[in-house]
Design a protein around this ligand. Structure first.
Ligand code: BES
Ligand code: ZN
Length: 588
């Protein structure tokens, strides 16, 4: 037996899946997908085969000839989920599982019509990363094994299904539409993705369009109009775009993340629709994953920094190319500040502040933080600095080319680094970064005059220093956000009122600024802002915003009761992942 991933039952001595063929019906009433998943093996095989599953209701398992295959749920673990053991007769080429998903399946979000922009139709979506594909499809749910897939998804007729795949047309019959898809490029199973809703599309370029509800599609098309140019810039930096299309789907507000890099169809939160294109960094980020993450993939969640660290670095390179250095630098500083919040919360010396982590028995969702992102990107930046841009660019191209459509461990990366750029790992004190805690003191801090000015201003807050109208006039939304990030976490009522009025914060449409403000306001129990806090926590499910807001409410005894009461009232509308993460925090 040889288990290669602490988050999967997959045994590398057993046969390997190569292709999935899904035929599923979406039942909004039952909140379930049901139908068949056919798993084609890389080669005909026999003997035991362990698949990942979680709470799947399995009806039958048969081989390519329709002969029954014996199966059991042989073991269940809290983090890994169910081990589905099949006993394959010799010569098995493919396995067809007839099953239904559980109503609480962690991958699936089911939204009532009132949670959508249109208010008329229900909506559903999947979020399989990191280890939730197994709640949607029985499979070897480890990124080490890639699959191509085909799918037929049957939905109520007025709705449209979209997937991380090429669309292959649709057929309507008897009030139901069956949508066909095929995904010719091999992907890790965490990139399986499906969404169903009342969707329209706008073309943004020859290989790029945005899907959204009709009510938001125009706004989305404006906000993301520059995406095609980003693809071109990214290709110059990282090599050809290998996924044919880069489409985007703007989700309802309950989507738990900012973005998810599902290949051919990035999922995005509607909180990016700020009206000023200030949140396009998330698009740059998800696009960058097309190279770092989707082409070169982490072998397990212990190597997650290879996905996110390289992607944040690549995101900044794209932003610099398209919007200039100053824009990219401000983003870096905002996120370095956000990383510090995580590090402070972990406490010094925390093992989850290492880039390479050890997650046997640990739920990757529970240890999610900005460490793999920002510490990872800093480490990559350090490598760039050590060898110079030209050599590093050549290294990056070689890295992506060598490992395209593969999944690698940190050790495999380090061996490649040593081979290509000998001695550099030691030179940048790599071991401290990869296997040590906190931020080593050789990190490169962004130097920018604009940032220093904001820091100085914020540092003078307690002495009564306030930026005057002229100073504030030229600030971008990101500069306002930075200023707020640097202010004390608890501010008296007069101070809160001054901020609120001066920056028109209550009416902010930019969520980055709004939530930064509301976190201060909630932590300060500033009563006039509490209705807005309540509204945001009711309307929106992005974890990045839910967590700090609930935490601020929880940490102040005047608002603790409000946090509990509000969460109880709205938790059923949250995606199961958002619900679990807030619940865990409120119980801490
Ligand atoms: N792949 C991640 C989202 C993710 C990570 C989902 C881990 C599940 C488990 C995605 O690329 C991401 O990082 N999104 C960020 C935005 C980015 C600009 C930092 C987000 O959602 O905030
Ligand atoms: Zn990412």
């Amino acid at each position: 037996m040889s288990r290669i991933d602490p988050h999967s039952w997959c045994d590398s001595d057993q046969p390997r899946q190569r292709h999935l063929d899904l035929d599923l019906t979406v039942d909004f009433e039952a909140r379930a997908l049901s139908g068949t998943a056919r798993i084609d093996l890389a080669a005909p095989a026999g003997g035991p085969l362990d698949l990942d599953g979680r709470d799947l209701a399995i009806d039958s398992v048969v081989d390519q000839a329709g002969a029954k295959i014996p199966w059991t749920v042989a073991q269940t673990e809290a983090v890994r989920g169910d081990r589905l053991r099949l006993d394959l007769p010799q010569g098995t080429e493919s396995i067809t599982v007839t099953y239904a998903t559980a109503s609480g399946a962690l991958a699936l979000g089911w939204l009532e019509p009132q949670q959508t922009a249109g208010g008329e139709h229900p909506f559903m979506f999947s979020q399989c990363q990191p280890i939730h594909a197994r709640t949607m499809v029985p499979c070897q749910d480890t990124p080490r094994n890639r699959v191509t897939y085909d799918a037929r998804i049957t939905v109520p007729a007025p709705l449209r299904a979209v997937m991380s795949a090429a669309s292959g047309g649709q057929q309507t019959e008897g009030g139901q539409t069956a949508w066909s898809f095929s995904m010719p490029q091999a992907i890790p199973t965490y990139l399986l993705a499906l969404a169903v809703g009342n969707l329209e599309a706008r073309d943004l370029g020859p290989r790029c369009r945005v899907y959204a509800e009709p009510e938001t599609v125009e706004q989305a098309a404006w906000e993301f109009a520059e995406t095609d140019g980003m693809i071109t810039s990214a290709e110059k930096l990282f090599g050809p775009y290998e996924w044919d299309r880069f489409d985007m789907l703007v989700m309802p507000p309950a989507f738990p993340y900012g973005g998810m890099e599902n290949p051919r169809l990035t999922f995005l939160t509607p909180t990016l629709l700020a009206g000023d294109r200030s949140q396009v960094n998330v698009v740059a980020h998800e696009l960058a994953h097309s190279w770092t993450g989707n082409l070169v993939t982490n072998a397990t969640m212990q190597d997650f920094w290879l996905n996110e660290g390289f992607t944040v670095y690549a995101e900044r390179r794209i932003l610099e190319e398209v919007y200039g250095r100053a824009f990219a630098d401000l983003q870096s500083v905002v996120r370095r500040n956000a990383l510090q919040v995580y590090l402070d919360k972990m406490g010094q010396g925390s093992p989850v502040s290492h880039l390479r982590t050890h997650l046997e028995g640990v739920d990757p969702d529970e240890v999610y933080s900005l460490v793999p992102y920002e510490k990872g990107a800093q480490f990559v930046q350090l490598l760039e600095d050590a060898v110079g841009l030209e050599r590093f660019d050549a290294f990056l191209l070689q890295y992506i080319h060598t490992f395209r459509f593969q999944s690698i461990t940190t050790d495999e990366f380090l061996a490649f680094l040593e081979e290509q750029l000998p001695g550099i790992y030691e030179q940048v004190r790599g071991p401290e970064w990869v296997d040590g805690p906190d931020m080593p003191d050789n990190e490169i801090l962004v130097q920018a005059a604009a940032v220093d000015r904001l820091r100085d201003l914020a540092a003078g807050w307690s002495d009564g220093v306030r930026p005057d109208a002229e100073t504030r006039a030229g600030w971008s939304s990101t500069e306002v956000q930075l200023y707020l990030q640097d202010l004390p976490r608890v501010i008296d009522e007069a101070g809160c009122r001054w901020l609120d009025e001066t920056f028109a914060l209550d009416g902010q449409g930019n969520y980055e600024v709004l939530v930064e403000w509301l976190t201060i306001a909630a932590g300060s129990a500033y009563a006039p802002a509490l209705p807005r806090v309540r509204q945001v926590l009711t309307d929106m499910g992005r974890m990045k915003y839910l967590k700090p807001l609930y935490l601020a409410l929880k940490n102040n005894e005047d608002t603790l009761a409000m946090a509990r009461e509000l969460f109880d009232a709205v938790k059923e509308t949250y995606h199961p992942l958002s619900r679990a993460s807030v619940e865990g925090m409120l119980l801490e």
